[in-house]
Design a protein around this ligand. Structure first.
Ligand code: ADP
Ligand code: TRP
Length: 323
């Protein structure tokens, strides 16, 4: 059976961009692939340096992912920090990773362009840890959003380089990015992202969801004007939740004129609440028995460790780290 790995940083509220761009596609692969899905909490330390906060966001994210469809029976779901082999392989890969590659990484360049002070080594070497996350499991595919493509390519390059120096060890992983969901639009029309403060968070309180939706930016065409769904941020978000018939109906309303943006936003809100009803209810139930989450992570940890150790033992053998 082929395998996959994907990770998510517990750094904030899970939003439509994360779900449609990364998790939903990854969850769809679960039945056909042996899946390793983890909380990238070592990566999160670059952003959250408050122990209580990291614990809370991590636990919340576990509950969110399980509620949204992570199949805990068939997938191995674990915390990155529970498998120290990630950090160990990261070090080994850092000894073959060129400085220039990391200087060209988007996340680092963005950070520098923002002129932020006191850049940290953890952020600079982020792609090396991510390469370790991936290569440790010798997987075939890595389902991610478009912004992670470069990181997976760095992992491929490091695998290739390592294999060249030490002989065949790693499978070269393939990033899988679904074209139609590669960039989910935020409420301001840019890519939806926590860092742009333009998200619609999936498990947010109903009133706050409504508030975010009501803030979606639109043009100022009058109610009776014909409107273009393809350039409307409301429609661009709606389309990911609607079925073909609903989409056609909504499109007709845009093209007929007479649709106010207020009404369009209400349609989107109603759709959102129906679409995520089950997941939101499941989360409430799950949180009544939080121990279940610890048990799932414990099981995932054991499975992940087994696979990670096999790879790391081979790496240690090849590099001469074992006697
Ligand atoms: P954010 O940009 O909000 O900080 P993350 O970097 O934590 O989100 O992203 C987690 C996953 O969700 C990644 O695989 C990323 O590619 C995907 N993702 C995030 N935002 C979007 C978006 N707007 N469209 C598509 N995929 C996205
Ligand atoms: N860098 C990814 C993000 O920001 C999270 C991540 C860490 C990841 N390690 C990974 C994703 C390995 C896929 C595979 O979203």
């Amino acid at each position: 059976m082929q395998s996959l790995i994907t990770g998510i940083k517990p750094t904030g509220k899970i939003h439509l961009g994360n779900y449609f761009g990364a998790f939903k596609p990854a969850f769809e692969f679960q039945k056909d692939y042996q899946s390793y899905i983890f909380l990238a909490n070592l990566h999160a330390l670059n952003q959250i340096q408050d122990g209580k906060e990291l614990k809370e966001t991590s636990f919340d994210l576990c509950a969110n992912l399980i509620s949204l469809g992570l199949d805990t029976e068939n997938s191995n779901f674990f915390l990155q920090s529970d498998v120290p082999e990630h950090a160990e392989l990261c070090w080994i890969l850092s000894t073959i990773c060129s400085f220039g590659v990391l200087e060209r990484a988007h996340a680092w360049k963005d950070f520098k362009n923002k002129g932020l002070k006191d850049p940290k080594l953890g952020l600079f070497s982020y792609p090396v840890l991510m390469a370790a996350d991936i290569l440790l499991y010798n997987v075939d595919i890595v389902p991610v959003g478009k912004d992670q493509k470069q990181h997976v390519e760095i992992a491929r390059d490091l695998a290739h380089k390592f294999n060249g120096i030490y002989g065949d060890t790693f499978i070269l992983p393939t990033p899988v990015i679904q074209k139609e969901v590669e960039t989910i639009t935020g409420i301001d029309g840019q890519k939806m992202s926590k860092s742009y403060d333009n998200i619609i968070a999936i498990f947010e309180d109903e009133n706050l969801v409504k508030k975010s939706i009501m803030k979606i930016q639109t043009d100022s065409l009058p109610v009776d004007a014909v409107k273009d769904p393809n350039t409307c941020n409301i429609f661009q978000i709606y389309k990911h939740m609607a079925n073909t018939q609903e989409l056609a109906n909504f499109k007709d309303k845009y093209l007929a004129g007479g649709l106010s943006y207020g009404e369009a936003k209400n349609t989107l809100f109603d759709k959102f609440m129906v679409y995520f009803k089950e997941a939101r209810a499941k989360k409430v139930k799950l949180l009544e028995k939080p121990d279940q989450i610890h048990q799932i992570l414990e099981k995932g940890k054991l499975q992940a460790k087994k696979r990670a150790q096999t790879t790391l033992n081979l790496v240690k053998e090849k590099t001469g780290l074992t006697l």
